[in-house]
Design a protein. Structure first.
Length: 437
C-alpha cells in the first residue's frame, strides 16, 4: 500500500525486517525444543541465540536468494553466516519452508488484528460519544432517499455503533481462528520432527498448534480473516455514504470538519467537499479486493502448492494497512463531524407535516374507517402537499370525510413530534448495554 494511506505501526508488521525476525525466532525456538528432546546438541541450540540481537541484512538475503531462488534457504544461509556453519547445521531440522512461512504469516495477522481491534475501539468510542450527544437531536428518517418519519441523529450514530461492535466481535473471532502455527514438516506428518517442537514454538509465539496442517495451514482460516476485513470495510462505507449524503448542499445536516486554510476545489473557492468520506468509500473497495482471492486460496493441490503465496504477499499487508488507515480516518471524521440541528428541523418541515401521515392513517383505522378508505383519505391530502405545497394538517382539518372520523383535537395530536422519539432510551439501552464500550 502507498504511504499516503499507511500508518507506521501497521506497516512495520509487514516489513522484511519484521518477517526475518519472526523467521529467526521460529528457528531458534525449534532448536531449543529439539535440544530438550535430545535430537540436537544443546550447545548448537544455544549458539543460534547468538544472533538474537542481529539486524538481519535484507540486501544480503536478497543477494543469496538471487542465486538460490528460494527465500527460506537464503535466510538460513545468512543466519549461518552469523552463527557459524557448523553450529547452525541443525537449524531447520525436520522442518519444511511452510512451517516457517505459514506460522510467520499467522503471527503477523494476529499482530495486525490487535492493531485493528484497538482502531475499532477508538471508532466505537467516538460513535458512542456522538450518539449520546445527539440522542434527542431530531432529524427526518429516509427510505429510498425520500422523507419517511422522524428519527434522531443519536439513533443514526447508535446504529453505526452497533454495526461496528458486531464487526469488532467478528474480528476478535477471526483473530482467534488465525492464531495457529504449524511445525509439522513435509506433508504435515511429523515424520522428521516431534509434535512437541510445534507445541513449544507455538507457545512461545502466542499461537495454538494447527490440528492438521498437511504441510500448509488450511486457508479457510485466512479466507475467514479477510472476509471479516471486507465486512468491516463495508461498514466503514456505510457510515461514509451517510455522511456524504448529509453533506450534500440541499441537505446539509452534517459535514466533515473544514479546517483553517483548507481548500475544497482548485476551480471553485466556495466548495467544501466530503473528501475524507469519499476517500473512505474508495478504501473500502480496496480492502474488499482481498476477499475473493483469499477464498480462492482455500483450494490447493494435494498437500501443498504455492498458488496462494503470491496472493498473500499482496493482500495481507495491503488489506490490513488500508483498513488500519481507514478506521483511524473514520474515527477522526466522526469525532469532528459538524452537526446542524436547525437544518435537520428545516428539512423535516419542508413538506409541512407530511411525515406524520402514518399516524393519521392509523388513527382513522382505529376510529372505525377501513384501511383502504383510510389510506385513500390520507393519500388524497398528502398529494396536495407534494404537488401544491399545501399544509398537511390544514388539508386534513378541511376534509369532511377525515373530520367525520377524527376531531380537530385528535388530528392536532397526531402532529406531536415527541411521539416518534419516545423509545429512544430503550433503543440506546439495547445498543450500549449489549455491545462493548
Amino acid at each position: 500500500m502507498i504511504p499516503r494511506y499507511s500508518r507506521p505501526e501497521m506497516v512495520a508488521i509487514w516489513s522484511p525486517e519484521t518477517k526475518f525476525r519472526i523467521w529467526y525466532e521460529i528457528e531458534a525456538h525449534a532448536c531449543d525444543a529439539q535440544a530438550d528432546l535430545g535430537v540436537i546438541p544443546r550447545e548448537n541450540a544455544d549458539a543460534v541465540w547468538k544472533a538474537k540481537d542481529v539486524e538481519f541484512d535484507v540486501a544480503r538475503i536478497d543477494e543469496i536468494e538471487a542465486v538460490t531462488k528460494h527465500d527460506v534457504i537464503a535466510f538460513l544461509t545468512h543466519l549461518a553466516e552469523h552463527v557459524g556453519s557448523d553450529q547452525a547445521r541443525f537449524v531447520h531440522q525436520g522442518m519444511t519452508s511452510s512451517d516457517v512461512l505459514d506460522t510467520t504469516l499467522n503471527v503477523q495477522l494476529v499482530r495486525a488484528a490487535d492493531i485493528l481491534l484497538a482502531d475499532m475501539d477508538k471508532l466505537l468510542e467516538a460513535l458512542k460519544r456522538r450518539a449520546y450527544e445527539h440522542k434527542d437531536t431530531v432529524r427526518i428518517g429516509r427510505s429510498h432517499g425520500i422523507h419517511a418519519e422522524p428519527t434522531t441523529m443519536g439513533l443514526t450514530f447508535a446504529r453505526f455503533y452497533a454495526e461496528m461492535a458486531r464487526g469488532r466481535a467478528r474480528l476478535l473471532a477471526a483473530r482467534d481462528e488465525i492464531a495457529t502455527g504449524a511445525i509439522s514438516g513435509a506433508v504435515g506428518t511429523f515424520a522428521n520432527i516431534d509434535p512437541a517442537v510445534e507445541e513449544h514454538v507455538c507457545a512461545k509465539l502466542g499461537l495454538r498448534p494447527e490440528p492438521i496442517s498437511t504441510q500448509v495451514i488450511p486457508r479457510d482460516r485466512h479466507a475467514m480473516f479477510f472476509a471479516v476485513l471486507g465486512v468491516i470495510a463495508s461498514s466503514i462505507e456505510n457510515v461514509a455514504i451517510e455522511i456524504r449524503h448529509m453533506q450534500r448542499t440541499e441537505v446539509l445536516e452534517a459535514e466533515e470538519f473544514f479546517s483553517a486554510g483548507q481548500k475544497g476545489s482548485s476551480a471553485m473557492p466556495h466548495k467544501r467537499n466530503p473528501v475524507l468520506t469519499e476517500n473512505l468509500t474508495g478504501l473500502a473497495r480496496l480492502i474488499r479486493m482481498a476477499v475473493i482471492p483469499a477464498m480462492e486460496n482455500v483450494a490447493l493441490w494435494h498437500e501443498r502448492d504455492i498458488s496462494h503465496s503470491s496472493v498473500e504477499r499482496g493482500i495481507a499487508p495491503d488489506a490490513t494497512i488500508t483498513l488500519d488507515f481507514a478506521l483511524n480516518r473514520l474515527a477522526g471524521v466522526v469525532d469532528k463531524l459538524v452537526i446542524y440541528p436547525e437544518n435537520m428541523l428545516r428539512n423535516m418541515n419542508q413538506f409541512k407535516g407530511l411525515v406524520m401521515s402514518q399516524r393519521v392513517l392509523l388513527a382513522l383505522t382505529q376510529a372505525g374507517v377501513s384501511r383502504e378508505d383510510s389510506y385513500r383519505l390520507v393519500q388524497r391530502n398528502a398529494m396536495k402537499v407534494w404537488e401544491k405545497g399545501a399544509d398537511f394538517k390544514t388539508e386534513l382539518l378541511g376534509d369532511a370525510e377525515v373530520t367525520a372520523a377524527l376531531s380537530p383535537a385528535q388530528i392536532e395530536e397526531k402532529f406531536d413530534l415527541g411521539y416518534h422519539t419516545k423509545h429512544v432510551d430503550t433503543i440506546f439501552k439495547r445498543v450500549f448495554e449489549q455491545a462493548p464500550l
